[in-house]
Design a binder for this molecule. Structure first.
Ligand code: BJW
Length: 305
């Protein structure tokens, strides 16, 4: 059975059964089989843009319309898909083990749509469904917002697009057919022309009515939410950590990836679940680590059953 060696599974279960303080560092690979793309590697492109390059304050300031279309599309996609068996298995572990904390880098809201206790889910990079005023210092407005599209101008186009080439025309007409069957145009398809959205049609802060709203996610160069950092520190400092599971993440983004070494320093063994054996834990492999290769949605429920 792919990805699971019986001996490794037995030693993992033996260790889990005597564990009381466990962490799971979660990444985009956890939601891949729900149908959401990851950031790096295959599928890490949005149209012609590297997804990572759109996740910066500089990208937003340079082209808020493009960056909002990217996030609006991601909000829409996240609302279309469902949590998968791995999200549910992690929620079940959380309910069973009070000393379990999931440290999620994902902003897709899928873990929150299971019965995962919120106090055992740390959202390291925020969420797509919280939006806040660009003027954090003076205005500071933030709100939970599931409205899709968040403003009419960010609706995924269904008509009125002006295709500039035959290729675009074909892509759009194929997609318009899909639309008639109840599916949306896929604006991640580079052949589908992006609507031009004027800055003044983007979501504006309802409180100060002056600045744009932005997605409540953590972009490069920005600090992680203070309360979340404090919660993780508190957990790390409260004693020995038995294990950290590293699920569907390339573990290249800090400070998130640094939690693997922090947990090791507290005695934790490391269990990696990933499709790609080259995505090692930050800091490399150590004796006593486990590696389970394959789809998190299949492997995590087996590991946690
Ligand atoms: C499967 C699968 C399946 C596929 N089953 N597996 C220390 C050293 C060096 C640099 C820094 C450092 N400390 C800070 C920095 C700077 C920077 C950083 O880390 N840079 C590195 C890239 C070098 N960090 C920051 O800027 C952070 N802020 C900060 O530290 O503030 C203080 C500070 C500021 C300035 C300087 C110094 C300090 C903020 C980081 C915020 C990251 N934000 C993003 C975007 C969020 C919004 C959005 O979603 O758009 O978060 S970037 C993006 O990467 C997103 C993800 O959460 C994050 C991690 O990606 P993830 O989840 O690992 O996805 P992938 O695609 O990389 O990997 C998927 C994996 O799944 C792969 O391994 C696949 O094989 C696997 N897989 N299908 C199982 N079915």
């Amino acid at each position: 059975d792919a990805g699971i060696n019986a001996e490794d599974l037995a030693s993992f279960h033996e260790h889990l059964n005597k564990s009381t303080r466990v962490l799971a560092l979660l990444g985009a690979g956890l939601s891949a089989s729900s149908g959401l793309p990851t950031f790096r590697g295959a599928g890490g492109l949005w149209r012609t843009h590297d997804s990572v390059s759109l996740a910066t304050p500089e990208a937003f300031n340079a082209d808020p319309s493009l960056v909002w279309q990217f996030y609006s599309y991601r909000r829409h996609m996240a609302l279309q898909v469902q949590p998968n068996p791995a999200h549910y298995a992690l929620a079940k572990l959380a309910r069973k083990m009070p000393g379990f904390q999931a440290l999620s880098q994902n902003v897709d809201g899928l873990s929150q749509r299971t019965d995962h206790p919120p106090g055992q889910l740390q959202l390291l990079h925020g969420t797509l469904f919280e939006v806040r005023c660009m003027d954090r210092r003076r205005c500071g407005h933030s709100e939970t917002n599931f409205v899709d599209p968040i403003v009419p101008a960010l609706a995924i186009p269904t008509s009125g697009i002006d295709p500039t080439s035959d290729e675009a025309r074909q892509a759009v007409s194929a997609q318009l057919q899909a639309k008639q069957q109840g599916k949306d145009l896929d604006i991640s398809d580079v052949k589908v022309p992006l609507a031009s959205v004027k800055t003044h049609d983007l979501p504006v802060c309802p409180k100060c009515k002056q600045y744009l709203l932005r997605p409540g996610v953590v972009w490069f160069g920005e600090s992680l939410p203070e309360q979340v950092l404090d919660n993780v520190d508190e957990f790390m400092n409260a004693g020995r950590v038995d294990m950290i599971m590293v699920i569907g993440t390339s573990a290249k983004v800090y400070p998130a990836a640094g939690y693997i070494e922090d947990a090791r320093a507290k005695g934790a063994r490391v269990c990696v679940v990933n499709m790609d054996e080259n995505d090692k834990p930050a800091g490399g492999w150590k004796k006593g680590d486990w590696f389970f290769k394959g789809d998190a949605a299949t492997l995590v429920p087996r590991l946690l059953e």
